[in-house]
Design a protein around this ligand. Structure first.
Ligand code: PLP
Length: 435
């Protein structure tokens, strides 16, 4: 296989000289599975082609945004059209309200919102407004949930149950970590203990209502409802980080799927149609605290720029046409069932839990014979086997996340041909890692 990635090897050597790790976001360097990343040349629908001319069925989809596949004609047209009229003005445009109206229609809890340029900005700003609104400092997050790279969110669990978090990156101060408390996902008791230990001090609980960033982990029945109750009882805000799940697990996000209403919601990825957009929003009285209406400062030179807004509007309009989103959900079910069956045929136990258009295949052993419910249970699965399987898949033309702690994404364009190629490759790849 050495020749297969020949040009990518040269491109990687050149990029490493100028960019740390040769990349602009660490996961792209394949650090956890080893090997050389392919350099992308172009994409169309569910397919991506690298600079060596290899073609892949893509389950990364830029880590989530391309729910309509690569280079969807409606999005390309919207971007092209907007670009001819100017790319940013430092003045408001009607496109911002137009996208906000669409978001509000799909996610009614977002009565008012603000657009930013990344998911990181959305979560960072939502937490600031939660603190400004409640007058409290502490944030509760969950072990294994990712909310972007802001200091106070790059924090992992401390050693004791009720301790403050530890920095999860060099350069994060102990002070930033001290304001973040870390609980186990799907463990309401853990959250209750933290709330009780810090009475009147918790500003908000932030979580991925379906986790994608430890691999796909769904909330157990009652978990989201229980968090809603605990937050109400203790006067804390509930923030759903739906940067990944928004327009992905359901067109209305996880809050529509599970019927639990957060105070604030963060969006990103799909909302930009493949361009850099994030959003945060929620109850009107909370959002009224943001400058210039209120004292919580947050701003952005290119926030709400007309090209990004046009791409987002086109994406949401396309996705909400009758039958379009459901098609991607149906394909996801076909793929996950096919993967589990193919693994079974060669004597491997694989579970591929999915919600909407997201899933992750895990290799057993499984705690109590079921799919993982928290980070510790993900860590107990056979991750070394996943790493071998990754290479077997990629060399057979299936592009999947280079870590078992990631979700796989399906688009509306993953058709019968793409699925057939995927399952054929997966069967051979399972056989190759069965022993
Ligand atoms: C990707 C992601 C983020 C960060 O978004 P960026 O656009 O990469 O800054 C935040 N939260 C969740 C749940 C994500 O999946």
């Amino acid at each position: 296989m050495t020749d297969r990635y020949h040009r990518s090897e040269a491109a990687f050597a050149a990029s490493k000289a100028r960019l740390p790790g040769g990349v602009n976001s660490p996961v792209r360097a394949l650090g956890s599975v080893g090997g050389v990343p392919f350099f992308a040349a172009f994409g169309k629908g569910p397919w991506i082609t690298d600079i060596d001319g290899n073609r892949y069925v893509d389950y990364i989809l830029s880590y989530g945004p391309h729910v309509l596949g690569h280079a969807h004609p409606a999005i390309v047209a919207a971007i092209t059209d907007a670009a001819t009229r100017g790319t940013a003005f430092g003045a408001p445009t009607e496109a911002e309200t137009a996208l906000a109206e669409r978001v509000r229609a799909l996610v009614p809890s977002m009565e008012r919102m603000r657009f930013v340029s990344s998911g990181t900005e959305a979560t960072m700003s939502a937490i600031r407004v939660a603190r400004g609104f409640t007058g409290r400092d502490l944030v509760i997050k969950f072990d294994g949930c990712y909310h972007g790279h802001a200091d106070g969110l790059l924090v992992r669990a401390g050693s004791g149950g009720l301790t403050f978090g530890n920095p999860d990156s060099a350069g994060v101060t102990a002070g930033a970590a001290r304001d973040t408390l870390v609980a186990d996902y799907n463990d309401l008791g853990d959250v209750e203990r933290l709330m009780t230990a810090h009475p009147g001090a918790v500003a908000c609980v932030i979580l991925e209502p379906v986790v994608g960033n430890m691999g796909l982990v769904a909330p157990v029945p009652g978990f989201l409802e229980g968090l809603r109750t605990l937050c109400d009882r203790h006067g804390a805000l509930l923030i759903f980080d739906e940067v990944m799940t928004g327009f992905r697990v359901h067109v209305g996000g996880a809050q529509a799927l599970y019927g639990v209403k957060p105070d604030l919601t963060c969006l990103g990825k799909v909302i930009g149609g493949g361009l850099p957009v994030g959003a945060y929003g929620g109850r009107g009285e909370i959002m009224a605290r943001i400058a210039p209406e209120g004292p919580v400062y947050q701003a952005g030179t290119l926030s709400g720029n007309p090209i990004s807004m046009a791409a987002g509007i086109a994406a949401l309009d396309e996705l909400t046409k009758p039958g379009v989103f459901d098609r991607a959900v149906a394909s996801t079910r076909t793929i996950t069932a096919g993967l589990e069956a193919a693994a079974h045929e060669v004597g491997l136990e694989v579970k591929a839990p999915s919600v909407g258009t997201m899933f992750t295949p895990f290799f057993g052993p499984f705690a109590q014979g079921r799919a993982p419910r928290c980070l510790r249970e993900v860590q107990a699965t056979d991750i070394p086997r996943f790493k071998r399987w990754f290479h077997e898949l990629r060399d057979r033309g299936v592009n999947v996340p280079p870590s078992n702690y990631e979700a796989w994404f399906v688009s509306t364009e993953h058709d019968a041909e793409a699925i057939r190629v995927t399952l054929d490759a997966a069967k051979a790849a399972f056989a190759a890692v069965a022993s």
